[in-house]
Design a protein around this ligand. Structure first.
Ligand SMILES: Nc1ncnc2c1ncn2[C@@H]1O[C@H](COP(=O)(O)OP(=O)(O)OP(=O)(O)O)[C@@H](O)[C@H]1O
Ligand SMILES: [Mg+2]
Length: 321
């Protein structure tokens, strides 16, 4: 098959990458389908940026393979770059140029002639609400404006794959919502989006599928609903009196919940349990045995926070040679 006809899919196979004595990635595999928004979720140091840099051909893997739109990221780096727009975690726009000049520069580097570059720059400034600021040096921009300009820069030339490394970190709520809308629009237009984030809400809201990585390894993969279902259920017990709280905690623990959270003000104990219904029955029986009439005992769906915390709280494995 001609790689160009393979579509802007991403295939990552057993990628390993070490930085000195730290495994940044230790055998990560994933597959992103054409037109999908794919969320790569992980805490600080999980290896997200390392994978992004490998896919953007800025860093070579030590072993394993990755292909973008059918092209190998090492052997066909130029093809991969042509098919990919990148908005890195840290702003790469030049503070000593204006927003307009930055976008023109990117467009020229992507092979556009002067007129097409200027037109593209104007369109993108408009699309990201930067028209008024377009003539100003970027060093005078706020952090949010820089992020928007980065995002605009990744769209120059309409590449079929956009990689966004923590696109909303540091943005205010309004700019975050605007960015989410922009990403949604891109995907609706057929662009494949790889998005890294530490924000569960963001992955939940945007991503068709999510892969959670921690310490350079995939710890879970699936849709947001699948991940939540796998995390179990959330058991909540609310009591009316302070002295009943210890019983509520015992009930939660006997339901199988590890380290329940206790909200003393609301007298609310919550925990994640694996077998929802029988866990509920066990909790109720403890409450009954100890003579506590709870105000509320309920079972709800696990949140993506539960998934994340349940999966990413392990120590980092050491490098063994
Ligand atoms: N150039 C480097 N030299 C040494 N160690 C590095 C280098 N780049 C990354 N690392 C280490 O590799 C691991 C993965 O880093 P990476 O930047 O990929 O994580 P991340 O998931 O992007 O984290 P964050 O959410 O903080 O951006 C970390 O332990 C980091 O300290
Ligand atoms: Mg990072």
């Amino acid at each position: 098959m001609n790689p160009k006809e393979a579509g802007p899919t991403v295939v990552v196979e057993e990628i390993q990458r070490r930085h000195k004595d730290i495994w940044a990635l230790r055998g990560v595999s994933l597959h992103i389908s054409a037109g999908e928004i794919f969320g790569l979720l992980g805490p600080n140091g999980a290896g997200k940026t390392t994978l992004v840099r490998i896919l953007a051909t800025l860093l070579r893997p030590d072993s394993g393979r990755a292909r973008v739109a059918g092209w190998d990221v090492v052997a066909n780096a130029a093809r991969v770059r042509a098919a990919t727009g990148l908005a890195g975690q840290h702003s790469t726009v030049d503070g000593m140029l204006t927003g307009f000049e930055n976008l023109c520069l990117i467009a020229r580097l992507r092979g556009m002639d002067r007129r097409a570059a200027r037109r593209t720059a104007d369109e993108l400034l408009d699309r990201f609400g930067l028209t008024d600021a377009g003539g100003r040096l970027v060093k005078t921009y706020s952090g949010g404006m820089r992020r928007r300009l980065d995002l605009a820069g990744s769209l120059v030339g309409s590449p079929p794959l956009i990689i966004l490394d923590e696109p909303t970190t540091g943005l205010d709520p309004k700019s975050r919502l605007d960015t989410w809308d922009a990403v949604g629009e891109l995907a609706a237009g057929g662009t494949t989006v790889l998005l890294t984030t530490q924000y569960l809400e963001e992955a939940d809201r945007l991503a068709d599928r999510i892969t959670v990585i921690d310490h350079g390894e995939v710890v879970a993969a699936g849709t947001s609903d699948e991940l939540k279902a796998a995390a179990g259920s959330r058991l909540a017990i609310v009591v009316g009196e302070d002295h009943q709280l210890p019983t509520a905690v015992r009930a939660a623990v006997s339901a199988g919940g590890n380290s329940p959270t206790v909200d003393r003000r609301d007298r609310r104990v919550e925990t994640v349990v694996t077998d929802g219904q029988s866990a509920l029955a066990r909790a109720l029986s403890v409450l009954q045995d100890e003579g506590v009439d709870a105000l509320e005992v309920g079972l709800g769906r696990a949140t993506l926070d539960d998934v994340f915390l349940g999966l990413t709280a392990r120590p980092r494995p050491a490098v063994t040679r």
